[in-house]
Design a protein around this ligand. Structure first.
Ligand code: SF4
Length: 352
């Protein structure tokens, strides 16, 4: 079977080429074809010698995941169901802003965390994604947006990458780390670390390491105390809020640059949307530099929650803002295409 080259770090690529008797410097040329130009066909890698190209063709592949379903919202949000070589399927979403945009990538097929408000939590964990499959989602997004070769930071649509799709990234940490290294390389996809965010449901023991990688941190918080969080997010029974906040402090201490932590908070009617909860939140995050991201809940079939009213969401936001926290209410995006994590895959599975 041919070996996949996407997902190898530059050092690994050099070693791979050396193992077939090629000079290490060729790795850089090949790297640029793969990650700067987005080329998957060795025959088109015109700056490589013919013999080298033939050898590559014989032994390797360069594959982007197959987009098997694409939905484009009226607001420009694009949602893709992608399929990998073994048939596993995951979702990625592109959310455009005025002159930039973020692709939200998955890190696992399904998820073991079982957060009660999350559609993906109903799909059992099948496996971790490889670094190739994680990077491949960004490559496939660039294919769809016609953003090859790598554009300059100022004029690209796909400017940010958020590890916030299906799965818990910190339970697939090694592959996430390798993927970040590849995405960030200046000769390839050149996505600055400041534009990469890793979101976790709360694997506290790994959080400080994100500071060493230089990427931004987002926490799926969703509850202000352990009692409620234990009910909504089973991971809290393993890593309590005290451990989580201590890990966040350690992250900020280790960060070279000043990074505000985003605290994502989905508002569930009569569950976590009271002003008492908002007050508890402000106390919980004392000593940290955070901004809140308030998310209106989108019900899915079979979910046990209802969305908070607009009035209550605004009251909640105002309470936080009055205490000097940034607390924007996330604009609803891609509502017409089921853009909440996991919904497209669930719907697709139902039809198949
Ligand atoms: S919110 Fe994240 S960690 Fe929780 S079930 Fe959904 S995908 Fe998994």
């Amino acid at each position: 079977m041919k070996k996949e080259l996407v997902g190898l770090s530059l050092d690994e690529l050099k070693k791979e080429l050396e193992s077939i008797g090629q000079k290490a410097f060729r790795a850089k040329q090949l790297w640029q074809w793969i990650y700067n130009k987005g080329e998957t066909d060795f025959d088109k890698m015109s700056s490589l010698s013919k013999d080298f190209r033939s050898e590559l063709k014989e032994k390797y592949t360069v594959t982007h995941p197959e987009i098997i379903l694409e939905q484009i919202s009226t607001d420009g949000t694009r949602k893709w169901l992608m399929r990998f070589k073994d048939g596993a399927e995951i979702e990625s979403v592109f959310i455009p802003e005025e002159d930039c945009g973020a692709v939200c990538v998955s890190t696992q097929v399904g998820c073991a965390q079982g957060c009660k408000f999350c559609n993906t939590g109903t799909q059992k964990l099948m496996r971790n994604l490889t670094a190739a499959e994680i990077v491949g989602q960004v490559m496939a997004a660039r294919d769809a947006l016609h953003e090859w070769p790598t554009k300059t930071d100022e004029n690209r649509l796909l400017s940010n990458v958020v590890f916030m799709g299906m799965g818990e990234p910190l339970y697939n940490f090694d592959n996430v780390k390798t993927a970040i290294g590849i995405l960030n390389d200046g000769d390839g996809m050149a996505i600055s670390k400041r534009k990469i965010t890793v979101s976790t449901a709360g694997r506290a023991d790994k959080i400080p390491e994100l500071a060493d990688l230089g990427v931004k941190l987002a926490i799926s918080l969703h509850a202000p105390n352990n009692e409620l969080r234990n009910k909504l997010m089973p991971i809290n029974r393993k890593f309590s809020l005290e451990e989580l906040m201590a890990a966040c402090k350690e992250y900020q201490k280790r960060c070279e640059r000043r990074h505000f932590i985003t605290m994502a908070y989905v508002l569930l009617k009569d569950v976590n949307d009271s002003l008492e909860c908002a007050k508890e939140l402000t106390e919980l995050v004392k000593g940290l530099e955070v901004k809140f991201n308030l998310i209106p809940f989108h019900p899915w079939e079979g979910c046990p929650f209802e969305p908070s009213s607009n009035n209550q969401i605004h009251r909640f936001a105002k309470f936080l803002e009055d205490k000097w926290f940034a607390a924007p209410i996330r604009r609803t995006r891609g509502e017409d295409i089921m853009a909440a994590c996991g919904q497209l895959k669930t719907e697709h599975n139902k039809k198949c």
